[in-house]
Design a protein around this ligand. Sequence first.
Ligand code: ACM
Length: 629
Amino acid sequence: MKSAFLFLMLMTNVMVFAQTNTVQLIPQPVDVQVLNGEYTLAAGASVTFSKPEAQPVARMLVQKINQATGFKYSDKQGQAGSIQLNLNASPDTKLGKEGYTLVSSSKGIVIAANEPAGLFYGVQTLFQLLPKEIESKVPVKANWTVPAVKITDFPRFAWRGLMLDVSRNFFTKEEVKQYMDEMVRFKFNTLHLHLTDDNGWRIEIKSLPRLTEVGAWRVPRYGTFGERKAPMPGEKATVGGFYTQDDIRELLAYAQTLFITIVPEIDVPGHSMAAIAAYPELCCTKDTSVKVNPGSNFAQWFGDGKFKMFIDNALNPSDEKVYEFLDKVFTELAALFPSPYIHVGGDECYRGYWENDAGCQALMKELNTTESIKLHGYFMNRVEKILNAKGKKLLGWDEILEGGISPGATVMSWRGIEGGIEAAHLGHDVVMTPTTYTYIDYTQGDPTVDPPIYSHLRLKKCYSFNPVPEGVDAKYILGGQGNLWTEQVVTLRHAEYMTWPRSWALAEDFWTPDEKKNWENFVLRVENQFGRSDVAGVNYSRAMYDAIVRATMQEGKIWVEMESEVPGVDIYYTIDGGMPGIYSPKYTEAFEMPEGPITLRVITFRNGARIGNLITLRPNDLKARAQGE
Ligand code: ACM
């Protein structure tokens, strides 16, 4: 009797373990209760929606089920389907606009929400509760079960964004749609498109045709960005592209079906070389030889945020014609985009040409100032007036604080969290997107494995991000955003690789209550999601499995220290020129590299199977790393 009871207890535990293991959601919901039993999708079952506004979500659910299972689900209005999408008759206030409840049992599945967006996110959760084969684009066999659960879920933040830089590298509208498809699986709701920069102007402005005739095209160059050859005189600009206004309308309509807001960015007054190549009269030097930059070096970076531009890439703040230009641009933008915000950049503006310009000097006199940063403030305030007149709010990078900006402006804190803290204290709304946690253009594994870029950001660091810094009133923090700059990202596949899994971490930072986050548990869910991404055909990085290799110099000798950011990983290495395997030395503690021309090779394994990339550090690499280079 006693042993039978024990056996039952054991079995129950095993079952509970097995069941909770099948509920692996990203982002982690606010509350998940795993119940006994499961629901099995069956051919010919129906999806009902309680009100017509919910039909598009029902259609999307049916389409995905039918595509992967080969079943013939249909959708109809009502509340009797085996899967029900119900809009609450009276709002459940804790769910807000985007929250939902999901209850599954052997009888069926009920998703309820106050608004269609909530149903949409409930459906995204349902997809993650189904086997990974639900991501298949052709009918496949699978055990189409959904564990019995009761989920209550709503987002921590209203702004859950990713930024895609389509200027440095142009992505087609089909690619942007695909990127949005991938975002919503993890409940991102904002796509910030960085539409203009030194390297390309990507949106048709009908009243200023040269912006895309000239500004959207650059000479063909490959290799490390910033080290490429400058355009030659007379050389044809053949690389680039832009979105017509019809393309933008198509993207916006698509985004709407995914409950995504597209926020456009026109980056001014700096980062404007593409616009200046088209209209040289917009800058102080009026240099007609300026071309759209192909990734050649035109700046010197002194560290500490200081820099000098060898080519004038800033609009002239003292020229009324510049504001007429901007009025045209923002008139067309405001008419196209429903977003309440237009991002106007404001970052990294070099003021050297302003300081030498008679018009700017006269304006400074008029403003009764000797500081050229005040010209930046003047410019931004003029831009804000233009936007406000068109019913839009100004959003800018944190530099907009420096010249003085009205409290109505919203600030994206990118140079760490400090700008965001300062902005919130001044009463600005803030989107937190600091380099330290959210710059997904940075390398994520060993810097010798990925294309080089100037900094580094691992998955675990992304996951540790809390967008509300201590001492800041949370009401000012709209949310957070990951930024994918694309200087070194020239295909959508590589964009995916840079985005995932780091943006799974960010999705959880922006959706899940901070106290519900747990790194070890997240790693399990990431591994599960890798399998789902494989079925979906979405690329991702496995850099979390790679060893973290540190080198230090101690009394003239190089010491090597290694670790893994995920549990259960063994690090094997060689210093004899061989390829690391499970019979090579296993790393246990820091060691001194022997003198001589010796290469360190490192590979990680789990349960005896290779799991990580080969990291190869030649003597010079190790020396540079030990010297902090
Ligand atoms: C930025 O990364 N320059 C906003």
